[in-house]
Design a protein around this ligand. Structure first.
Ligand SMILES: C[S@@+](CC[C@H](N)C(=O)[O-])C[C@H]1O[C@@H](n2cnc3c(N)ncnc32)[C@H](O)[C@@H]1O
Length: 262
């Protein structure tokens, strides 16, 4: 099934607020699980604003990091933040890098947003030297991401376009256990292993959770800002009721991670 999503990647600061802050947090258990040796050539495929690259360089300043992403604004923000690394605009399904040029190729929270995840996985393996590490992680949208499930389920109940939108993105999410591993195996990647990694997402109250969507980044922001004003206001009202008494929340956010050998 094609899980293609048009990912709006136009405003790096807005991305940081809506999703980047959680990517930065998820990068830590992801890197813990990988336990990469120092000094490797590492590709951050679908690097966004560089959350994973930054976490890696903080652990190992000798890593030779390259980042590739389709979003020009995100690539530029990553370049400014990490002049010691190399960031380029490019497609994960057609990476602008030579075969076998990387010791490890990593993609954090990307494969749900590409039209053909198998092609992307094959490209990740191609640019990695034989025996090198290939790894990815994606939020478990269906079973492990209440932060977004609350939004999607409420939207589906109160808006017809919300039901269509949820059907499109939640019908067959690639972060469901078994899916990423199957993609890696189909791409010819060896020694494939899957596991869960998790973080917590804290919010001071409803506004802290709701406002970042209105900056329009990603597929959720695009949905929220694409609604006509009456529909958006209906959705906001329903979400406030779904949130319950205003006040802090701490959601567990689980991602499915897969590793393998090129
Ligand atoms: C949820 S963000 C994750 C970004 C970053 N890895 C992080 O964890 O913060 C998804 C990213 O995938 C990028 N993306 C979507 N399709 C892509 C493609 N075909 N090739 C490269 N990047 C892509 C988007 O521009 C966006 O930056």
């Amino acid at each position: 099934m094609n899980t293609s999503v048009e990912y709006v990647a136009t405003d790096a600061a807005a991305y940081e607020l809506s999703m980047g802050r959680w990517s930065r947090r998820l990068a830590e258990p992801f890197l813990d699980a990988l336990a990469l040796p120092e000094g490797l050539r590492v590709l951050d495929a679908g690097c966004g604003t560089g959350a994973l690259s930054a976490a890696l360089l903080a652990r190992d300043p000798t890593a030779k990091v390259t980042g590739v992403d389709l979003g020009q604004a995100y690539v530029e923000a990553a370049r400014v933040a990490m002049p010691q690394a190399r960031f380029e605009r490019g497609d994960i399904a057609s990476l602008p890098l030579p075969t076998g040029s990387q010791d490890a190729t990593l993609a954090l929270l990307v494969l749900a947003f590409v039209p053909d995840p198998l092609k992307a996985a094959r490209e990740m393996a191609r640019v990695t030297r034989p025996g090198g590490m290939v790894a990815t992680a994606m939020w478990d949208f269906a079973g492990g991401f209440p932060f977004l499930r609350l939004f999607a389920d409420t939207a589906a109940v109160v808006l017809r376009e919300g039901a269509d939108w949820r059907d499109k993105h939640w019908a067959d999410p690639i972060g469901t256990p078994g899916r990423l591993g199957a993609v890696f195996e189909a791409a010819g990647i060896g020694k494939v292993q899957e596991r869960d990694i998790a973080i917590r997402q804290e919010f001071s109250g409803f506004e802290d959770w709701w406002q970042p969507w209105l900056a329009g980044q990603g597929f959720v922001g695009a949905f929220a800002t694409g609604l006509e004003a009456p529909a958006r206001s209906r959705l906001e009202g329903a979400l406030r009721r779904a949130w319950g008494a205003d006040g802090p929340r701490s959601f567990v956010a689980t991602a499915r991670m897969v590793t393998g050998e090129a």
